[in-house]
Design a protein around this ligand. Structure first.
Ligand code: GLU
Length: 477
């Protein structure tokens, strides 16, 4: 079952009735990883048969989100709305082989029966009233213009087994499967029919999708069987939950890919977190770039336990991906906010050093920008929490003044020297080094957190460091 002999062809099949959410993006990613891991093809299919709920703007957004994530598809995407005839022909074929039939039951009549079943606390199933109509009668009614839906004739006995690559074998009794509709009374094909016709035409080898579709799979397998074609293999992915164990939704925070993009999350980080939703490489590795994900991804390592979307982990991963970027990659991200043009008067070496320093600490784009700003301009204010905590009375001023004196005497303004001076000054004053570090950080950066203070000071240089500290001494507490 796990040996793959034919060419792998998988598809992501979103319905453009909303934004591309975390769940859909995870499905797309797992398909992509599986395809690339097997030198196969990753295809896109837009399931837009529901004309009322589908919107062109969502198609555009889904495409953009996939491209932003780097999940580029092979071949021309398929659009279901352009293939209506094909589905209807498939339905006709199924009718001609007695695997489907016209159902003339009126909606009101069916509603009545549904209600009765509910009242009797029974699960409603169509009573197959039209399944055995005489051919001649059907012809006459169709000629008369009687409206009909087309239903699939599910075998009355036996069972359908889904050999799922994640869930294992899942059995469904055929007599519990409703004679489901494949063409509605208004002449439009349903999802079950279109999916099978498409998966067949696209030569899909593996269907990888959310486990909310597991119950659709026996129906699709039955259609494949009726058409006498080999079905694809199936893998259903576990549900995604929020940290409270409830199904992930807006309440938990951002859920659409576009929102994460606006928030400044890097696509690599989002992909990395999505990959870990239900899959793991079977060791503790968490931080992985796309190449490693492709190399290590195995369907058999997907778990059926529901996965938890963890915003904190996403931010952590974002920081990891941020620090793995080169100064050249980061420069365009920060240049506007730092007020530097790329052929700037600040020399490259300085800029590169700043980026190297800052990227190691920053977890988000915003932090990267904030942590670096003060290398290019004096802080215009001091973080209030930091002020209250670290520079709340004049004793700080006299301590810092002592330090400034020592710093001014330094000939070589190197990280180690600065640290040495700061620690020895603290010792002389009988205070903890932190009691100088925190106020000086505030003076130099305006923030109460930053990358290593001594590195910052070396980079800023003696003149600028001393000037900023003196300026703070005049303004604080
Ligand atoms: N259009 C379906 C959905 O968005 C996908 C169906 C499938 O993958 O078979 O849930």
């Amino acid at each position: 079952m796990t040996e793959i002999l034919e060419q792998v062809r998988v598809r992501f099949a979103p319905s453009p009735t909303g934004h591309l959410h975390v769940g859909g993006a995870r499905t797309a990613l797992f398909n992509y990883l599986f395809a690339k891991n097997h030198d196969g093809k990753f295809l896109l299919r837009i399931e837009d048969t529901d004309r009322e709920r589908s919107e062109e703007s969502f198609v555009t957004e889904i495409n953009q989100s996939l491209q932003w994530l780097g999940l580029n598809w092979d071949e021309e995407p398929l659009r279901q709305s352009e293939r209506m005839e094909i589905y209807l022909n498939t339905a006709t074929e199924l009718i001609s082989t007695n695997n489907a039939y016209h159902c003339f039951c009126e909606p009101d009549e069916l509603d009545e029966k549904r209600k009765t079943a509910q009242q009797n606390k029974k699960q409603y199933k169509y009573d197959k009233k039209c399944r055995n109509l005489e051919k001649a009668e059907v012809e006459i009614r169709l000629k008369n213009g009687d409206k009909s839906a087309v239903r699939f004739a599910v075998p009355n006995v036996g069972e359908t087994v889904v050999h799922d690559l994640v869930y294992g074998d899942v059995q469904f009794n055929n007599n519990e499967i409703d004679d489901f509709i494949i063409v509605r009374r208004n002449g439009t094909p349903t999802y079950q029919l279109a999916v099978v016709a498409d998966d067949n035409d696209m030569k899909i080898s593996h269907v990888i999708r959310g486990d909310d579709h597991l119950s659709n799979t026996p129906k699709q397998l039955l259609i494949f069987k009726a058409l006498a074609v080999k079905p694809p293999l199936y893998a259903h992915l576990p549900l995604i939950m929020g940290q409270d164990g409830k199904r992930l939704s807006k309440r938990h925070g951002a859920v659409s890919v576009a929102e994460f993009q606006i928030e400044g999350i890097f696509p690599e980080a989002l992909l990395n977190h999505l990959a870990l939703l239900g899959w793991s490489p079977k060791d503790d590795t968490e931080f992985m770039a796309i190449d490693e994900l492709i190399r290590r991804f195995k369907i058999k390592d997907v778990s059926k336990r529901s996965a938890i979307f963890d915003y904190k982990k996403l931010i952590w991963l974002n920081g990891q991906h941020l620090s793995s970027k080169s100064a050249e990659e980061l420069l365009p991200i920060v240049s506007t906010d730092w007020g530097i043009t790329l052929d700037t008067e600040i020399d490259d070496v300085y800029l590169k050093k700043v980026l190297e320093l800052v990227k190691a600490r920053a977890k988000t784009r915003e932090e990267l920008i904030n942590f670096g700003k003060y290398f290019f301009e004096d802080p215009d204010s001091y973080d209030e929490k930091g002020r209250n905590k670290h520079w709340n009375d004049n004793s700080v001023n006299s301590n810092v003044r002592q330090l400034v004196k020592k710093l001014e005497e330094l000939n070589s303004f190197r990280e180690e020297k600065i640290e040495e001076v700061l620690r020895s000054t603290a010792e002389t004053l009988g205070i903890k080094a932190a009691e100088l570090i925190h106020p000086v950080r505030l003076a130099l950066t305006g923030f109460s957190v930053s990358p290593s203070l001594f590195e910052i000071m070396e980079l800023l240089g003696k003149e600028l460091s001393v000037r900023r500290i003196k300026s703070a001494l005049n303004k604080l507490p």
